[in-house]
Design a protein around this ligand. Sequence first.
Ligand code: SF4
Ligand code: SF4
Length: 314
Amino acid sequence: MELRFLGNTGIRVSKLCFGTLTMGPFQRGLTPAQGAALLERAFMHGVNFLDTAEIYETYPHVREALRIKPDAVVCTKSYSYDRETAEASFKKAVEGIGREYIDVFLLHEQESAHTIRGHREAIEYFLKKKEEGLIGAVGLSTHYIGCMEAALHYPELEVLFPLINKKGVGIADGGPDEMLSVIARAHEAGRGIIAMKPLGGGHLIAEREEALDFILAQPNIDTIAIGMQSIDEVDYNCVRFSGGTPDGELTRRLSSVRRRMLIQDWCQGCGTCVDACRNHAIHMEGGIARIDYSKCATCGYCARACPEFNIKVI
Ligand code: SF4
Ligand code: SF4
């Protein structure tokens, strides 16, 4: 597995980044030990980079994995916006993963110049931690081309984590060509680029080969985050990212796996999930929530928000 520098940060990461959202309680619901076993398999293939977030509730899984590979590079994210919330998020991360140093700390799901300005205090807190040697690099994740454009004006945001895939599934304000254009400018300016949702949150699984060819061919992306839930997925992606060809039986098994969100019959119609979905994929109909699968990125955030635990990934 090739290692690459994450922009000008000096941090070296594997071309494949293991996204842990999919193993956590909002998707597969693996125990920390089961999650760590998957991560160990990826380490054996040469992966050294893990992506988590406060909202994913996978710090225990990462903690277990770090017992196996203490020098793994960890990226986390939080919705903190001021000094107090940033301090709480940092504390939760270091205690959660059991290590006092966080390699990459990002503002989660920023939308625009306006939201970056609104999170200034949190950025400053994380930059101070960087000065103290407790964070390696600071940045943001986003589904918005406009937010990537805005981030170009903030050189202190050294790592950018945009959503990009061949069809632009999930990009909130445009298509893949516009996103690739701003990614190229950011990368030329020395920013580290982590690509998010290369398979469109599951929508492009039927076109997995073409979707991976597309993302692997992009010259301005340093590393690509993919959520994995099984040994088959880990083996397939690691072989693919190392330039090999996964065997036919493995490919056939993966092709038969489909995932989608399900709102169960006992929906109380409270509407909380509608607000939780940043992709605007849920609406109320006849007093119950309905999902528009053409917009759903299978992120699981609605499942986390539902007070009735009524939304599942199947
Ligand atoms: S409906 Fe929205 S919040 Fe729920 S999984 Fe799909 S994109 Fe995510
Ligand atoms: S949050 Fe849960 S109970 Fe409320 S509308 Fe959505 S699915 Fe129904």
